[in-house]
Design a binder for this molecule. Structure first.
Ligand code: FAD
Length: 264
């Protein structure tokens, strides 16, 4: 849609260009920014013109650029040993057209911080760390699970920009299991649960049924009682895509399933 209040669009070519003026926001794929009114904004700064390589192999694993599109992310599973089933199922959780799949970015999905954010599910499940650029030239890192704090809420301070996400080789190649629930076959995710082996231990991430990601860590395969107790403190999300009591029940069921699957 037309954004009537936007009077400037600046293509970013260097980090200097990311110093935002009052009323400016960064533009990634624009799939959400252009989907509703943004009356509080007067200008956009295009991140895609920075030309960041979608993903790069590093000594410890892989670095995924914030501007990597969902389609480009799936290339990562060729040759890097990443779990193609996990990546594809998270990408498919978007339920979007192929056009949006080729445009929406990993960083845009995380920074938008919707409970159903499919890249939040994937990166939380992989214990990814975000690299965040501050407007004063500094930088910081934060686990994606901590970066997203609620519905459309993050720890990002004004002017901070997510540069990339680091995933270790161990997490990328670990045995993992994915489950997703929705009220309708083409509906938005109401619960996403991912379990991943972590050495002898197990990591379970819960998203979509909660306002923010939750990560549960176990030294080994949890018993039903241990898993249940770890899920007890969670507050369950309530919106038209699922009532909290249903989300809780389905998440508990799926969590038990993924734990059994990765243990086997
Ligand atoms: C048809 C349709 C279906 C959709 N389905 C889903 C769905 O199932 N699940 C879901 O989660 N979302 C969904 N969305 C919402 C949204 O399009 C996606 O979350 C998408 O991933 C956003 O990415 P983008 O690159 O287009 O972000 P943009 O629209 O460009 O930006 C989104 C927000 O993030 C900020 N931002 C972007 N990149 C950065 C960065 N690197 N650092 C700091 N801030 C940044 C922007 O300023 C903006 O506030 C859907 C949208 C549409 C139109």
């Amino acid at each position: 849609m037309d954004l009537d209040t936007i009077t400037s669009l600046r293509p970013a070519h260097s980090r200097e260009d990311l110093r935002l003026a009052p009323g400016e926001a960064v533009l990634a794929g624009g799939t959400w920014l252009f989907s509703e009114h943004q009356d509080h904004l007067t200008g956009l700064v295009d991140l895609t013109t920075l030309g960041w390589t979608p993903w790069t192999g590093t000594a410890s694993g892989v670095e995924i650029a914030a501007t990597c599109t969902i389609a480009q992310l799936l290339d990562l599973t060729d040759g890097r040993g990443a779990r193609p089933d996990l990546f594809r199922r998270c990408a498919e959780a978007f339920l979007m057209s192929s056009k949006i799949w080729r445009t929406a970015t990993v960083g845009g999905n995380v920074c938008l911080a919707l409970p159903a954010g499919a890249m939040i599910s994937l990166l939380t499940g992989l214990d990814a760390e975000a690299l965040i650029w501050a407007p004063d030239g500094g930088e910081r890192t934060e686990a994606v699970a901590d970066l997203v704090t609620g519905v459309q809420a993050t720890t990002l301070a004004p002017g901070e920009v997510v540069r990339s996400f680091a995933v270790t080789r161990e997490a990328l190649t670990a045995r993992a299991a994915f489950r997703r629930a929705s009220l309708t076959s083409l509906g938005r995710s109401a619960a996403v649960v991912i379990a991943r082996r972590d050495g002898e231990g197990l990591v379970v991430s819960v998203t979509a049924s909660t306002a923010r990601p939750h990560v549960l860590r176990f030294p080994g395969l949890p018993t039903d009682a241990e898993l249940s107790a770890a899920l007890d403190p969670i507050t369950w999300f309530d919106d038209p895509h699922g009532a909290p009591d249903w989300r809780e029940a389905v998440t508990r069921h799926l969590a038990a399933e993924v734990c059994r699957e990765v243990a086997g």
